[in-house]
Design a protein around this ligand. Structure first.
Ligand SMILES: [Ca+2]
Ligand SMILES: [Ca+2]
Length: 257
């Protein structure tokens, strides 16, 4: 009996260690382009400046054989009519690579890849809807001819507010789904590992943003990250997500401002 208790205690301690090890801080991300860390513990990817781009990448790859849930807050700018271009949540097997800015939103040309695009600028030649929209895209193709899902039209998202942006992956059903402000807005079921990544389940994830002839502020903050099964974790210990450490505590180590 004691042996069992000690074993369970050891499992619990080890689990705690693993969870703590996953606790994200600013040190866990690589910043590129025009990105800097704000005083509000968020990453500012672009300012209201034309032809700007920025990205952040989580330094450790994740496995698409395991479930994950990544909860972000995003701010896609304060300019509706003249705001551009948007943001992309991207997954790709090689670290710190981004695509073209402007209408490419740091995603176009990135191969192989999967991207969840939030596009705020109408590019007719890319078959963009007039409205702000979201789409799940592959291999850096930002024209809406090969989307895994979408484009789905969104209410104006360039409203100067932060919006909850949750990305969930269920490997059992191979479903990638996205919630914005608590509502599921898009989902795709597809064999990403074999049909996109050539059998390699390990990918880096990040967020890119870009401006072009028009611009907007683009910003991302982290609520919670979980790279293990949220449902089984919540049944076991009631704590299904890893809370992020306030990024402000380590500000200045990488920020340029
Ligand atoms: Ca566009
Ligand atoms: Ca808009």
């Amino acid at each position: 009996m004691w042996a069992l208790k000690n074993f369970l205690l050891a499992v619990l301690l080890f689990s705690s260690y693993v969870l703590v090890a996953q606790r994200p801080t600013v040190e866990d991300f690589t910043m590129s382009g025009d990105t800097y860390l704000t005083e509000e513990e968020c990453f500012r990817l672009t300012e209201e400046i034309d032809y700007s781009s920025g990205s952040i990448w989580y330094k450790t790859p994740i496995s698409l054989l395991e479930p994950f849930s990544i909860r972000l807050s995003i701010m896609v700018g304060c300019q509706d009519a003249v705001g551009a271009d948007g943001m992309v949540f991207a997954m790709t097997p090689r670290a710190n690579r981004v695509g073209f800015r402007g209408e490419g939103i740091g995603f176009s040309g990135l191969v192989p890849s999967v991207g969840i695009e939030i596009d705020t600028w109408l590019n007719e030649h890319l078959n963009d809807p007039v409205e702000d929209h979201i789409a799940i895209m592959v291999n850096g193709r930002v024209g809406h001819w090969n989307d895994l899902a979408g484009p789905v039209v969104l209410p104006n998202i360039e409203d100067c507010n932060r919006h909850g942006f949750y990305v969930n992956w269920n490997p059992a059903s191979q479903t990638l789904s996205v919630q914005i402000d608590g509502n599921q807005v898009i989902a795709a079921s597809f064999d990403l590992v074999n049909k996109i990544f050539g059998g390699n389940p390990y990918v880096f994830w990040g967020v890119t943003a870009a401006t072009g002839r028009y611009n907007n502020i683009h910003e991302v903050c982290f609520d919670r990250l979980s790279f293990s099964d949220p449902e089984s974790k919540s049944r076991q210990n009631g704590s299904n997500y890893v809370e992020s450490t306030p990024l402000k505590n380590v500000q200045g180590s990488q920020g340029k401002k």
